[in-house]
Design a protein around this ligand. Structure first.
Ligand code: ADP
Length: 332
């Protein structure tokens, strides 16, 4: 509608116009509406991105690798249709742009710029070529405690940074945590993020799909008549992520969303029985997860998380020691 067009205009003014070329033939042809054919820009100094491989599709975005012409610099180009049929989507996207563009942390996907081109909005993001934690767990079934130590410390740092800036992410899950080429984690997708102190709006979107995946939602978000929730929902989600990394599935996984919510409310979860030394699960990590899944006010803050005995009871890999078999890619 009209509003959408106006917002798009603002974006165009502040960002360079792109000339896009799609040379590679090894990725599926984008839908005709996504406007990726070569086009020329009449503006001087307009950035040109060469489109590379398809990185993935999300709820309302499609992501390609893009190389800035004249450089070797690669980015992730997230492409979103400027016209969104649903108001909620439009809002999600505006929030994402506003909040994400203010984030600057080594464990948060860097937001470089956004611009409008033809009928789409392009977001130029730091490239995370190793996929998400979800992709990794799908491929390997579960990951080891030393790796979980490494990722948890980085995630705690990212959460501390966001909360200090007054931002609650609200949608932390394995699929939103990406990996760079050195296997550092990078939190992405700020579509559900919110400024602290604005909890009321959550009541409105309770139980809707835009509120994220049932598996990672803290129970207090679903409770009626509670004036929203605070930043500790992100700590809850981190607890779920740690459990899922170590076991291959989230703790409350069930057939229906309602059953997931019931189990979450009752903290009804079991650690799997020890199978091999590979998927060893220490008492320390069980304790840490239990702390993160307590009621909101009792959950540990990021600074306390990293002081937990889990981080000293076993080996902590250095960056260069992280999972080489993943980097080489194992045959499926
Ligand atoms: P949506 O907000 O619509 O869910 P996402 O942000 O999840 O879209 O992006 C869709 C997909 O694109 C992701 O699942 C992932 O595979 C890929 N992707 C997103 N951001 C990046 C990035 N910075 N680097 C590499 N791949 C990315």
């Amino acid at each position: 509608g009209k509003q959408t067009a106006q917002k798009t205009k603002t974006l165009t003014k502040t960002a360079p116009v792109a000339k896009l070329t799609s040379k590679e033939k090894d990725h599926p042809a984008p839908p005709p509406d996504d406007v990726l054919e070569p086009a020329s820009s009449d503006r001087k100094n307009g950035a040109v991105y060469h489109m590379g491989r398809l990185l993935g599709k999300g709820g309302f975005a499609i992501c390609y690798e893009g190389r800035l012409a004249g450089t070797r610099q690669k980015y992730a180009l997230k492409i979103v249709k400027s016209y969104m049929p649903q108001k909620k989507m439009e809002q999600k996207f505006q929030t994402e742009l506003q909040i994400h563009s203010k984030m600057n942390h080594p464990n948060i996907v860097k937001f470089h710029r956004a611009f409008a081109y033809e009928k789409c909005t392009y977001i130029v993001l730091e490239l995370c070529p190793s996929g998400s934690l979800m992709d990794m767990v799908k491929k390997r079934k579960y990951i080891t405690e030393p790796e979980v130590r490494f990722y948890t410390i980085q995630l705690a740092g990212a959460i501390k940074y966001m909360h200090a800036k007054g931002i609650i992410h609200r949608d932390l899950k394995m699929g939103n945590v990406f990996l760079d080429k050195d296997m550092n984690v990078k939190v992405g997708d700020f579509g559900l993020a919110a400024l602290l102190m604005s909890g009321k709006d959550m009541t409105a979107c309770r139980r809707t799909t835009l509120c994220g995946t049932p598996n990672y939602i803290a129970p207090e978000i679903l409770e009626k008549n509670k004036g929203g929730h605070d930043h500790t929902v992100d700590i809850w989600s981190l607890g779920i992520i740690i459990f899922a990394l170590l076991t291959g599935k989230p703790p409350f996984q069930s057939q229906t969303a309602d059953e997931i919510y019931r189990r979450a409310r009752e903290r009804d979860y079991d650690w799997p029985k020890l199978e091999t030394s590979e998927n060893y699960i220490s008492e320390e990590v069980k304790d840490l997860v239990a702390l993160m899944l307590r009621e909101p006010a009792l959950r540990p803050e990021p600074d306390h998380i990293v002081q937990h005995p889990f981080f000293t009871c076993g080996w902590m890999p250095r960056a260069e020691e992280m999972s080489p078999e993943w980097r080489e890619g194992s045959p499926d």
